[in-house]
Design a protein around this ligand. Sequence first.
Ligand code: ZN
Length: 549
Amino acid sequence: MPGRCQTERNQLQGEVMLPLKEKDKIIIKKMLAAGCCARCVLRFCCISVPAVYRQRRQDTLQQLRAFVEADDDDASRESAAPEENDDSGEPAEKRAKVEVAEEASVCVLCLGVLQHLSDLPQAVKIADAVTKENYEVDSLVLSISLPAQLCVREHTCWLHMKEQVRAKCGLLGKDDVVQVKEAFKWIMQDLLGKELGGVAVVTKSGLEVSVGFTHPETDADCHFLATSCPDCFKATKNKQSVFTRMAVVKALEKITDAKFLKSTPWPPSRASSSCTPQDVQCAHVAVFVAGRYNKFCRSLPQTPWLIDGERRMESSVEELIAAPVLAAFRADGFNFSSSGREDVDVRTLGNGKRRGGCVACTTFDPSLDPLAGRPFAVEMLNPRRNRLSPDHMKKVQQTINESSDKIRVRDLQMVSRDAMSRMKEGEEEKTKSYRALVWTLKSIQPDDITFMDHVQDLAVDQKTPLRVLHRRTLAVRRRVIHSMSAVFLDSHHFHLRLKTQAGTYIKEFVHGDFGRTKPNLCQLLHTDTDILELDVESVDVDWPPFLPD
Ligand code: ZN
């Protein structure tokens, strides 16, 4: 295009104008001579315009060369008008300098990351890895991990360029230099978003796609730091190398410039190959599903019951609940938690008091009592789907309820991680209601029933029960029995209703646990007593919110 200045030519070719300043000339010259790529040069010229990094590397390189060579022309030719400075009018020797087809080797700074590791084939590779996982998302975060030695090379370059700029009375702050990570994301986010059919690559999203690079050839670059800053490199059990990025960054902050420059060459050594990309990792933050469950069976543990790796019971509350939820969210795994837990032989019911019914009669309907059942939450790990419509959630609840008559779930809903803590907070202060079937050695007198009906806020000291001693530390815990009431069944049996502080061991309160619980029902009734059946009637945690059918 004869007769046009460089700027016009750029615009006509669809190139992006490089916002270069006079002080950048020295940086461009020195860095290109040292074997840095065009995009690394842009970074050190502190250009934070994403579009500039997205244009073809060859075009950028050509523009950079043209920018510095125009300067050389000015110096050599007194009357070098821009109009004359076109391709056809230049001597052959000069033209050869400007016509740069391709960067010849691996960049000594980014070790290829901003060259052929941030182009379309790389974006396709990342997109394929994400597509394979089949996430139902509309956004993702791209994160990148670079070999630690890149920090050392970056620091070397910054110290040298800072000196060059200072000689020209300018400043080059380390924070003003655009990071490799940043430039990589700018280039890749557009390419990746397009490959994924419009998924937004943003800075905050539940889905994180991680791309890692290693470069074994130059691993030794940072080893000298261990001698100058041994404190920063302490061996830890689960790390492969002490030269983590964090440790290297810390050491670079401590080491003096003079000491650092003595140990690092300028320009940095050339590498024969680019970084090696690692497998793309995708992870979605957990989502939480909560509800309340009833358990109608005396042979169902809450969690899988394994002894020496062997399963003792066919199923468990958590498995019955989690399996359909896991399938709906297509998660990798789950964590189940609940407001307290019941023993395998204890049922968790509700007293259905809103309708005045009782467990034994047909009017019992746990869904009518907002406190019936036990609150629980399931944390879904790496879910491929991050939300369900209320209708879909109802179907999942139905699936759970139809899968077994041993449990029943209600109020199934998505909750936030924060909301989940409501289930656990102040758990000790919560009250729970129980109904126990009690046997007595001595025949029961009307006075005994009256006595029990009048018990209020009875403090009980419980030494860790023998049956849980293998998993809980030995201690004496004080719990309060807020109230009791008894219903006579026959001369040796009665139903005992208790309202207690959460965490009270009911079985031990009834049989005494060889005197480890004091006082206990044997002492209070002056006879041997034992517990035959136990049901949890309500868990006084007003969470998760009640959902009308
Ligand atoms: Zn580079």
